[in-house]
Design a binder for this molecule. Structure first.
Ligand code: IPM
Ligand code: MG
Length: 355
């Protein structure tokens, strides 16, 4: 099979973790006889520096022409610390989501048995945790009207949702629930927000189409608490953009390291895969960042965009092996020997080719 993949390394540790995912993907293609054509493009701070735009038109063209996009990370502290800066790296990500129509962000949380002791939660609480968030990604307060008035002394951001935006996201949630344990949790703040009441009403109206799925409607503040108390009670969760942003960061540490969790952002035509951690600028260039979330994002890409299940299963199997054998970066090392980013990448490649 021929795979056209756009490669957007981005900022901070982006380039070094992306390098590992590229090595691993190439090894998979060698083993299974596929051919990848990589097209690199710039985004984020790197693109602001080069052309003054965090998601330049040329990058958009490359993304549009590809079968899938593999993405590293975006953001640099220089921009975070300056609220007055007009152009920010994160705008690149938002523009990319909007222009490519990537409306569903899929973020799984599952447990790696060898890392149970790394979780901030007690073992008994997290055993058998395996859930997936579907976060709406192109609407809500992120994309509503915002601005300042009263000479800059009042600021506003508007949370706005159309019924059609809720339906297309919820549909993905119901379909995923049908493939899994037929349990769907719809998260909102319907006791306060009108947009949440539209979410709840819309999802309720869809229930008839999926009679086997049992839907629970839960308030976002309560879910923030229950994710910590009993993460293993959840399966598929759907929610709007900002709630999803916050809850998926919370969910990402349950398994023991944010450096492990992959994600996919999909739309009707395009799909982007990225680790859920950020650009970790303090570690940039040091060859110490954990590449596993990016490598697992590549595994998601093989499975979801190319339906290559065996290929993605092999990546996951070898990642599990590296965790079990302690061939890991410093964040997971448990006072034992730790390995460099590129060494972990090499280890995964060697073990794929050996299989
Ligand atoms: C995420 C990030 C982004 C978001 C930022 C970098 C714009 O936090 O992907 O979760 O808020 O969506
Ligand atoms: Mg976030």
């Amino acid at each position: 099979m021929k795979l056209n993949i756009a490669l957007l390394a981005g900022d901070g540790i982006g380039p070094e973790i992306i390098d590992q995912a590229v090595k691993v993907s190439n090894a998979i293609c060698k083993k299974f006889n596929h051919k990848i054509i990589w097209k690199t493009a710039i985004t984020g701070a790197a693109a602001i520096e080069a052309v003054g735009d965090p998601y330049p038109e040329n990058t958009h063209e490359i993304c549009k022409a590809s079968d899938a996009i593999l993405f590293g990370a975006i953001g640099l502290p220089r921009f975070d610390n300056d609220p007055s800066s007009k152009i920010r790296p994160e705008q690149g990500l938002l523009k990319m989501r909007e222009k490519l129509g990537l409306y569903a962000n899929i973020r799984p949380t599952y447990i790696f048995p060898s890392l149970l002791n790394k979780s901030p939660l007690k073992k008994e609480r997290i055993m058998n945790t395996n859930f997936i968030f579907l976060r709406e990604l192109t609407g809500g307060i992120y994309f509503g009207k915002n601005g300042r008035k009263d000479n800059g002394n009042t600021a506003y951001d508007t949370c706005i949702y159309k019924r059609s935006e809720i339906i297309r996201l919820a549909k993905k949630g119901f379909e995923l629930a049908m493939e899994r344990s037929k349990k769907l949790c719809c998260i909102d703040k319907a006791n306060v927000l009108e947009s949440s009441r539209l979410w709840r009403e819309t999802v309720q109206n869809m229930e008839n189409n999926y009679p086997e799925v049992k839907v629970s409607y839960e308030l976002v503040d309560a879910v923030a608490m229950r994710l910590i108390q009993c993460p293993n009670k959840y399966d598929v969760l759907i929610t709007e953009n900002l709630f999803g942003d916050i809850l998926t960061d919370e969910a990402s540490v349950i398994s023991g390291s944010m450096g492990l969790m992959p994600s996919a952002s999909i739309g009707e035509k395009h799909a982007l895969y990225e680790p859920i951690h950020g650009s970790f600028p303090e570690a940039a260039g040091l060859n110490i960042a954990n590449p596993l979330a990016t490598i697992l994002s590549a595994a998601m890409m093989f499975e979801m965009s190319f339906k290559l299940k065996e290929e993605s299963a092999l990546i996951r199997e070898v990642v599990d092996k590296s965790l079990n054998e302690g061939f890991v970066t410093n964040d997971l090392a448990n006072n034992n020997k730790s390995y460099k980013t590129s060494e972990v990448g090499d280890y995964i490649v060697e073990n794929i080719l050996k299989k």
